[in-house]
Structures are given as structure tokens and as C-alpha cells.
Design a binder for this molecule. Structure first.
Ligand SMILES: Cc1ncc(COP(=O)(O)O)c(C=O)c1O
Length: 321
């Protein structure tokens, strides 16, 4: 709302809400919110009875980078109708269905199944006197550089055209990684190095860098991401078995377990692309390590109107935090 977004344009998409958050949503007039249990319906009845409810159903992709169905979404076949009926009997206003097939969805057919399950619940709701007007297809869309959304888009469009042709139903999505997966390329610096030997023979090199799993690379832990390092060295340099570690004293703080890298020295850079989604926003100040300081650089060629005297390098510093 501090960006000037109207409360009616916001969906409170967490199906489990503390009472104080519900009361705050009521105060701010953010009325559209998801639910997936009878407890939540009773709580909303007590703390925000005029809310506009969206039933979140579970329709998991067979493969997803970060499955969400274990935590949220009612079973559309066994619980969906009961919850719609309960909402009706409590005098609550229910306006539609939402789902999230899993973040980083690798099974586009999940969207078809979820839209079909939604249609059944729209029809049931009509029978008991609701007029659903919102279908929220959640997230799950890819965002890395080498991915595209065409297959998911065509499945979604086909099923929406077929099952939700009426303009009275608003269709929304909640894209997260689609927008920001490739938001930035991260350049980290090697601050320490150690050579591992087995029986006196070279085994590998350990590089310690100034960002780790408690900083930008928490995507390794929480987003099950495998990051790919590159360097600024020439492509024909000899490669060595290497591992990359974050700056904290925690052994869990490993960025890459086993990668081939040219010989790097202290202060050399290691580069990681596609570092936008589920990275820095989830960083924590583990053991007093400050959150990574951010400096935004852009390639000169992308800034045609920049004053040529501001920098003479290919990359230009825009702003630091
Ligand atoms: C309710 C909800 N909507 C949207 C998103 C964004 O998902 P994605 O990054 O897969 O697009 C998430 C991510 O966890 C979520 O929990």
C-alpha cells in the first residue's frame, strides 16, 4: 500500500492468518483473502466477517522446485464443497477459488487439472447460492534466463477459454519467480582459499566468498536451487576440482559442493546468474554477519543517456544501500 496500490487490488494470499493480521487487514480494507480450513472460516467470521473469501485448493504439480501443497490448500474433491457450504452457513462472502501448483512448476499439466477442479467448485457454489467471480491461478511460472512460459501459458489459456469463458470471472495470477528469477547477476569476491590434499596429493580447492547461504544463497537451502559459478578468467584456463563456501563459520554454509573452476586468487570474482527469486529477501544476520550490502551495477550499453563523464568502465555503479 505504501507504493500506492489500492486495497481492492491486494489479495491476502496466506490461508493461515493471525487474528491481529486479520484485524489489520480489516482496518486497511484489504478484504480479499484465501482460506483452506474450517478453523480459518470461524476465525474470519469473528474478526473480519465482511471479508471476501477465496478458497485455496490443493492441486500439486508432479514435479516442482518448491512444492507448497504439503502446507496449504484443501482437497478439492473431499473438502472443497464442505468448506463452501460452511462459509455459506456462517453467512460469509466467498468469491472464488485459488491454487498454487508449486513454485518452479515442472509439470504444466497441473494447471489444467487445477482449473478443471476449480470449475467444479464454481458450479457447486452456484447451486448453494454463491456467485463466484474470481479464479486465482497462483504462481509456479519459470523465470530463469533459459526458460519460457509458453507451454504453461497455452495450457492455462486453453482451459480458461474452455471452462471460464464468461467475462464475469476475473482471472488473476500471483507470479513471483517469473518476474524476478533473473533480476540480477551476483558478483562475489574470494576472500580466502585452502587447498585440500589427500595422501599428499592435490584433491581440490576450497574458496571462501563474501556471501553465503545465510545471505543471497539461502536459495540453496530454501529454494532447492543449484547455483552455477562462472569467473572472469579466459575460457582456456585449466580447470580444477573446487568447492565454494560462504563467510560464516557454519559448515552448512556451502555455496557449491563440487565444481570445476580455473585457479582463483584472493580478491578474484565469482559470478552467479539468475540470482533474483528467493535470494536476498530471505537473508538473515547469522551470528552477527550483516546482510550483504547491495550495489547495483548496470552495463554502460544499457544506459544510453548516462553522462559519459560519470565512469569510464563498462559497468557503472547506479546506487548502493
Ligand atoms: C501464495 C503464494 N503466491 C505466489 C507465490 C509466488 O510463487 P512463484 O514464485 O512460484 O511464482 C508464492 C510463493 O511461495 C505463494 O506462497
Amino acid at each position: 500500500m505504501s507504493f500506492g496500490v489500492a486495497p481492492q487490488s491486494i489479495i491476502y494470499a496466506n490461508p493461515t492468518k493471525p487474528k491481529s493480521h486479520l484485524e489489520y487487514a480489516a482496518e486497511m480494507n484489504v478484504s480479499v483473502m484465501t482460506v483452506d480450513s474450517d478453523f480459518e472460516l470461524h476465525k474470519i467470521k469473528a474478526h473480519y466477517p465482511h471479508a471476501n473469501l477465496v478458497l485455496r485448493i490443493r492441486c500439486d504439480a508432479k514435479v516442482a522446485q518448491c512444492p507448497l501443497g504439503e502446507k496449504y490448500g484443501c482437497n478439492p474433491d473431499t473438502d472443497g464443497k464442505d468448506l463452501i457450504e460452511l462459509a455459506k452457513s456462517l453467512g460469509l462472502n466467498m468469491i472464488g477459488i485459488s491454487f498454487h501448483v508449486g513454485s518452479g512448476c515442472m509439470d504444466p499439466s497441473a494447471y489444467a487439472k487445477a482449473i478443471q477442479a476449480s470449475r467444479k467448485l464454481f458450479d457447486f457454489a452456484k447451486i448453494i447460492g454463491y456467485n463466484f467471480t474470481l479464479l486465482d491461478i497462483g504462481g509456479g511460472f519459470p523465470g530463469d534466463r533459459d526458460t519460457d512460459i509458453k507451454e504453461i501459458a497455452s495450457i492455462v489459456n486453453h482451459n480458461v477459454d474452455l471452462l471460464f469463458p464468461s467475462p464475469d470471472v476475473t482471472i488473476i495470477a500471483e507470479p513471483g519467480r517469473f518476474y524476478v528469477s533473473s533480476a540480477y547477476t551476483l558478483a562475489c569476491q574470494v576472500h580466502s582459499k585452502r587447498v585440500v590434499r589427500q595422501n599428499g596429493k592435490f584433491d581440490s580447492v576450497m574458496y571462501y566468498i563474501n556471501d553465503g547461504v545465510y545471505g543471497s544463497f539461502n536459495c540453496n537451502l530454501y529454494d532447492h536451487k543449484i547455483v552455477h559459478p562462472t569467473t572472469l578468467k579466459s575460457a582456456d584456463e585449466e580447470l580444477f576440482k573446487s568447492s565454494i563456501w560462504g563467510p560464516t563459520c557454519d559448515a552448512l554454509d556451502q555455496v557449491c559442493e563440487n565444481v570445476s573452476l580455473p585457479r582463483l586468487n584472493i580478491d578474484d570474482f565469482i559470478i552467479f546468474e539468475d540470482m533474483g527469486a528467493y535470494t536476498i529477501p530471505i537473508a538473515s544476520p547469522f551470528n552477527g554477519f550483516p546482510l550483504p550490502r547491495i550495489e547495483y551495477y548496470v552495463q554502460r550499453k544499457h544506459l544510453e543517456d548516462i553522462n559519459a563523464t560519470t565512469a569510464s568502465h563498462e559497468y557503472i555503479l547506479l546506487r548502493g544501500n
